[in-house]
Design a protein around this ligand. Structure first.
Ligand code: GLN
Ligand code: ZN
Length: 747
């Protein structure tokens, strides 16, 4: 007999710590300031605190195994023993860190964005010969830890279908191999894990299958059905909750409903259409539906009336309705109550993870208060933002001359060599700089003194780049805490938090600003820093701005306006900044859009419309620049090849993208050869502490030259240098400049 699913739960919880305790411990461990024992103690403390807090808030069912020292996809790879030989270390944590970060012995695995969020996961490598094996230590240890506290938890595992769909073929895999081909072998391991958890007395296990909210082929849906029929048939197993997130299950819903799993989790915020689908799915009548009516992506308080009406509408479709979140709360900060710097009227409208839990608990109480069988109230259909998207196109910006005309004007103006070298913008953010910013915020340092430190940093960064011999310099972004927050702090319509940290990857966190009103730029933001940097050198200094899509993507955004409108407002502010930079004599201006692909709808149906307005916003931001001004853009990911047409439509003169870590995947794309603009495929991976030598970098440049004419190739790192040390940066850039010289001499 299955224990009924308790009345309320959340699909997952933040894990970095309310004061980023995990970040600090990880970084101390990596610096070898603390040992593994201390690191583990920090993890254990955070888990305990989370469970106790959730229980205290009245949440009925607590998740476990949502903690991770780095990433839960990576943990899953370790759980099934899909660990490349080069990364194996005696301790599981060190194995994870070697896979995620690389070290002197091994290059890391690729990292990429998790669905349409700003969270990044480590991409497992699966080949035809990967030997799967169940390594249950982590989920079991968490169950035991909770049990010692008197708590029963629901282990959360990444589901086997999503795990394989997110994986990439291992290095030796034959062309055309797809990791999903290994599903049957993997299921054997999941059976072992489920049995091990059953042996621990665990009543429920959650299997996350967010990959099912994207378009899936009939074969993939069939594989999903097969997977859950098979896991469902396992004897002596825990009850299974298969949870979606980030959108609607659509066609996958009846597939799951046709399997023996006991519960299905629906995202009824972004996947609101699943409500009607659920009512049409007879197979759900015998199951529990874990109803994600409290948004795990949005910081706004839940409309309780609407959520309750969704829950009541769902009741006739299912044997039991449980109140939950639309996805893990991983994407939210911990607690809005700590934000005493926020306008109280704004704060009253906000809910972070703690508040969302309280909302879930409250809704479960309300739902229980409505007797079963009472007629459902009028439905308040959740207004989906997608549906509300404004059909009116963003006005086109006045066109700049065609690229070849501009390129000639820029070349005449800038006189750059072929294989021009540059960086992506930021230089290392030293502890001293961060301390100065903290001192400024605390009133211990005057604005004048702070700005003098920033200028000193700019002088050093310019001096260093001149010494290294780079062609297009940057000022290094020392005045910016973060590429989005900095702009949010200088634009009207945004609020910023003090403690609102959200994990981005590993130990890296961001504090997404809250965009709550109309966006306006009261005065120039970056001009004086760029102008100062330019005053120190005769080489061109790139102005450095964040693009409108990225500013929106990495903020929590108002929902009373269509997203396209919100982004257009930001674009207008950026456009003003571009104009002011240009007027100040800036010949090269980079407008970063690393989040362009991130906001792309997961299903094909919405993608063309999205790209049209997103590209429109970028052109609105940059299209006012004159022909002589060289516009650069930077995108952080290697799958740029997939949206190369859209990138082309951005109409930037130079595009820099990640490439090193994915072993030049981008360059293999046929579309690259047709991309007749400047392209800088990153020649070394800045996410790893490893420093490349000139030969390695030269190899990367030569790979680019096989795909592109020399006049179009730029030589640059994969991304900004902010997270590295000056030692690493100096040697890596020296190798890069040297490599460019060597290759230039040879062509
Ligand atoms: N200009 C930014 C930097 O160098 C770009 C960062 C990014 O792409 N995420 O830091
Ligand atoms: Zn980047």
């Amino acid at each position: 007999m299955t224990a009924p699913f308790p009345a309320s739960t959340v699909l997952g919880y933040p894990r970095i710590g309310p004061d980023r305790e995990l970040k600090r411990a990880l970084e101390a461990y990596w610096r070898q300031d603390i040992g593994l024992r201390e690191l583990r103690a920090t993890g254990a403390g955070l888990r305990e605190r989370t469970w106790m807090r959730l229980a205290e808030l009245g949440l009925a069912a607590l998740p476990s195994n949502t903690f991770s020292f780095y990433d839960h996809v990576l943990d899953t790879a370790i759980m099934v023993d899909a660990v490349p030989g080069r990364h194996r270390r005696p301790q599981a944590e060190d194995t994870a860190f070697a896979m995620a970060r690389g070290d002197e012995h091994a290059t890391p695995l690729r990292m990429t964005k998790w669905f349409d969020t700003n969270y990044h996961y480590i991409v497992p490598e699966i080949g035809p010969d990967t030997v799967f094996r169940a390594v249950c230590d982590k989920p079991v240890a968490e169950v035991r830890q909770a049990r010692a506290l008197g708590l029963t938890t629901r282990p959360v595992l990444l589901g086997p279908v999503t795990f394989l769909l997110l994986s990439q073929p291992g290095p030796g895999a034959p062309a055309g191999f797809r990791p999903l081909e290994r599903l049957r072998d993997l299921l054997e391991v999941y059976e072992r894990v489920l049995s091990a958890l059953a042996a621990e007395g665990v009543p429920w296990v959650q299997l996350d299958e967010p990959a099912l909210v994207a378009d899936r082929t009939p074969a993939e849906l069939a594989a999903t059905g097969e997977a859950y029929r098979r896991l469902g048939a396992l004897t002596g197993r825990p009850a299974l909750l298969v949870a979606s997130a980030y959108g609607e299950l659509g066609a996958a819903l009846p597939v799951l409903a046709g399997t023996p799993v006991e519960a299905i989790g629906l995202d009824l915020v972004r996947g609101a259409a699943d409500l009607d689908a659920a009512l049409r799915t007879p197979g759900l009548a015998a199951k529990t539906v874990v109803a994600g009516v409290v948004g795990g992506r949005e910081v706004w308080r839940t409309d309780q009336r609407r959520a309750l009406s969704t829950l009541l509408a769902l009741r006739p479709a299912a044997a039991r309705v449980v109140v939950s979140t639309s996805c893990s709360l991983l994407h939210l900060p911990y607690d809005v109550e700590r934000e005493d710097g926020l306008d109280p009227r704004l704060r009253a409208r906000l809910a972070f993870a703690e508040q969302k839990v309280a909302e879930v608990v409250e809704l479960a109480g309300r739902l229980a208060g409505v007797p079963a069988g009472s007629p459902a109230p009028d439905r308040h259909d959740p207004a989906s933002r997608q549906a509300a998207a404004d059909p009116s196109p963003v006005p086109a910006a006045p066109a700049r001359s065609p690229y070849p005309v501009r390129a000639a004007a820029q070349q005449a103006h800038l006189g750059l060599p072929p294989l021009a070298t540059t960086t992506i913008g930021s230089f290392p953010q030293t502890g001293e700089l961060r301390a100065a910013r903290a001192a400024l915020a605390a009133g211990r340092l005057s604005v004048e003194d702070y700005e003098e430190r920033v200028r000193r940093e700019i002088r050093q960064v310019i001096g260093l780049q001149e010494r290294l011999g780079l062609d297009v310099l940057v000022h290094g972004e020392p005045e910016r805490n973060d590429m989005v927050q900095y702009f949010a702090e200088h634009l009207e319509g945004f609020a910023v938090t003090r403690h609102g940290w959200v994990q981005s990857y590993g130990s890296r966190c961001t504090r997404p600003p809250i965009l709550h009103g109309d966006v306006r730029r009261p005065e120039p933001i970056t001009v004086r820093w760029t102008r100062y940097a330019q005053s120190l050198t005769t080489r061109p200094v790139k102005g450095m701005l964040t693009g409108p899509v990225t500013i929106a993507a990495w903020s929590f955004v108002r929902e009373d306006l269509p997203l396209a409108r919100v982004v257009a407002q930001i674009a207008d502010a950026v456009r003003q900044e571009v104009a002011d930079l240009e007027a100040a004599g800036t010949a090269v201006i980079q407008v970063d859009e690393p989040a362009l692909r991130e906001l792309m709808p997961l299903r094909a149906a919405g993608q063309a419309a999205y790209l049209a307005w997103a590209v429109g916003a970028y052109r609105r931001a940059t299209g006012g620049a004159g022909d002589r001004t060289q516009i650069h853009t930077h995108l952080c990911y290697s799958d740029a090849g997939q949206i190369l047409q859209a990138i082309d439509a951005l109409d930037a003169d130079v595009t820099t993208v990640e490439s090193a870590r994915s072993h030049g995947r981008l360059l293999a794309e046929p579309a690259v050869a047709a991309f007749a603009r400047g392209l800088g495929p990153g020649v070394y991976d800045i996410h790893s502490p490893r420093v490349p030598d000139a030969a390695e970098v030269a190899g990367g440049i030569e790979a680019a030259l096989r795909a592109l004419p020399a006049a179009e190739v730029w030589v640059n790192p994969d991304c900004g240098l902010k997270t590295r040390t000056y030692r690493q940066v100096e040697s890596a850039l020296a190798a890069m400049v040297e490599a460019a010289r060597q290759v230039r001499a040879a062509v």
